[in-house]
Write a protein that binds this ligand. Structure first.
Ligand code: BGP
Length: 467
């Protein structure tokens, strides 16, 4: 294959704090909302992948893999155990050591400021993201990060604001307020917090690059029926362009705004809000891509079905995203599925990158992409994860084609570097290039074992994208 990846392309891998670190109530750290609310049958964050303890081993593996970049998140309650005010020096030191080591090995740190882990104490104090008070606390947290870690060149403000409101364990809601109303209010407040982070970054770190990371799912019409074509468009409006337009234009899309008003669920917008958001244009957009979605029209009088929290690979657990009157997701008869029924669609990756770049003309960074599956350790301690290699190879090819199509992409951070706690499915569903020797209940040795995909990706990086 011809070399089409830019010579400075950032080949990386991604993780998030609560999914790998462990030590979740140790060394000064307090509880976060996601740690409190995730299903403990699958996911116990107290040890996770043991990264807090074995971080040096992990970085040595990154170096061996040849990573040019590493995307990780900083845990807010590890830095500020009370949500604000007193700094936990041990937490600062942990990330300081991590960043120093990465720099020593010439691995570019790409730091997520917020990956689902609001300090639980702020949830209890004022309802977390439902109150504007969180904006100042978030800004103060960013100020700490931009001061202590001023040598970081790439920042991600908020991970998957778009999905945060779909998967209830990532957030905590007030049972006394209608859920839909609350979601859009929180989304607005979160967008303001994101804008604050960008403004502060421009002041304190004028040379750094900063942007959000969105979970993006392209929507395909279920049939050539005109109402299904419209359904796909509406799904894109509500699940993708709502967020993209807020970030990129500082505007609510007319379709979305009218829908919210009609349903009495529009957020409170104060006079300066939109100007603040508008003046905080990101340098790039992070894209988390796992799958595409097929949607059909469903009438307004259909009952709304809430997404299920815990996929366990069983068909009856599958639930599809839906907004009665607009769209409902369904299975795609033309694509293979993962063991958790996620659609495997590399072409959708090329399609959506083109779509987003066309609309917004902003550089993109792939901040997540990967295959969650069961990995079996063989008797001689190997992991033959050919399925993962095929998945990543096919996506990298489509990424290469998207770049050929003219899309500007800065880097590729597959999810995930090492096996980690899947928020929905614990340690059964694995994503890593490196296997962690543990199960959901049995912690075992936490030994790090390189999978076949590790050696494959090593070659991909060394050849700048030839597979
Ligand atoms: C994204 C999240 C990640 C990761 C990934 C895989 O939405 O940003 O944190 O969890 O999805 O999801 P899961 O673990 O549910 O398979």
């Amino acid at each position: 294959a011809p070399h089409l990846f830019p010579s400075d392309f950032l080949w990386g891998a991604a993780t998030a704090a609560y999914q790998i670190e462990g030590a979740h109530l140790k060394h000064g750290k307090t509880l976060s909302v996601v740690e409190k609310n995730m299903n403990k049958n699958y996911a116990d964050p107290s040890i996770a992948s043991g990264h807090y303890q074995y971080w040096e081993k992990d970085i040595a593996l990154m170096r061996e893999l040849g990573l040019k970049a590493y995307r990780f998140s900083i845990s807010w309650p590890r830095i500020l155990p009370d949500g604000r005010g007193k700094i936990n020096q041990e937490g600062v030191d942990f990330y300081r050591k991590l960043i120093n080591k990465l720099k020593e090995y010439e691995i570019e740190p790409i730091v997520t400021i917020y990956h689902f882990d609001l300090p639980q104490c702020l949830q209890e104090e004022y309802g977390g993201w439902s109150s504007r008070k969180v904006i100042d606390d978030f800004e103060a947290y960013c100020q700490v990060l931009f001061t202590y870690f001023d040598d970081v060149n790439y920042w991600l403000t908020i991970n998957e604001q778009s999905n945060m409101f779909q998967l209830p364990y990532l957030m905590e809601f007030n049972p006394d307020i209608p859920l839909e109303k609350q979601k859009y209010e929180m989304n607005h407040i979160m967008t303001l917090a994101h804008a604050k982070a960008i403004h502060l970054c421009r002041t304190l770190l004028p040379n750094a690059k900063i942007g959000p990371a969105l979970g993006i799912i392209p929507n395909y019409p279920a049939s050539p029926k005109p109402e299904d074509i419209l359904a796909a468009r509406y799904a894109d409006e509500m699940r993708t362009y709502l967020f993209m337009d807020l970030y990129m234009k500082g505007e609510y899309r007319p379709f979305v705004w009218n829908y919210l008003v009609e349903n009495g669920i529009e957020p409170t917008v104060e006079p300066e809000d939109m100007a603040r958001i508008q003046s905080a244009k990101p340098d790039f957009i992070g894209i988390n891509y796992y799958q595409s979605r097929v949607v059909k029209y469903i009438p307004e009088d259909t009952d709304k079905k809430e997404l299920k929290l815990n996929y366990d690979g069983k068909d009856d657990d599958t639930q599809y995203d839906n907004i009665p009157g607009l769209f409902e997701g369904m299975t795609n008869p033309f694509t293979p599925k993962t063991k958790w029924d996620w659609e495997i669609d590399p072409i959708g990756f090329r399609y959506i990158l083109n779509e987003l770049y066309d609309r917004y003309q902003i550089p993109l960074m792939i901040t997540e992409n990967g295959l969650g599956t069961l990995d079996e350790l063989t008797a001689d301690k190997q992991i033959h994860d050919q399925e993962r290699i095929d998945f990543l190879r096919d996506h990298i090819r489509q990424l290469q084609l998207a770049i050929k199509d003219g899309v500007e992409v800065w880097g590729y951070m597959p999810w995930s570097f090492i096996d980690l706690l899947s928020t929905s499915s614990g340690f059964r569903k694995r994503y890593g290039f490196v296997y962690i020797d543990r199960d959901d209940k049995d912690i075992k040795t936490l030994e790090r074992i390189k999978k076949d995909s590790f050696f494959w990706y090593q070659k991909v990086i060394a050849s700048n994208g030839c597979q």
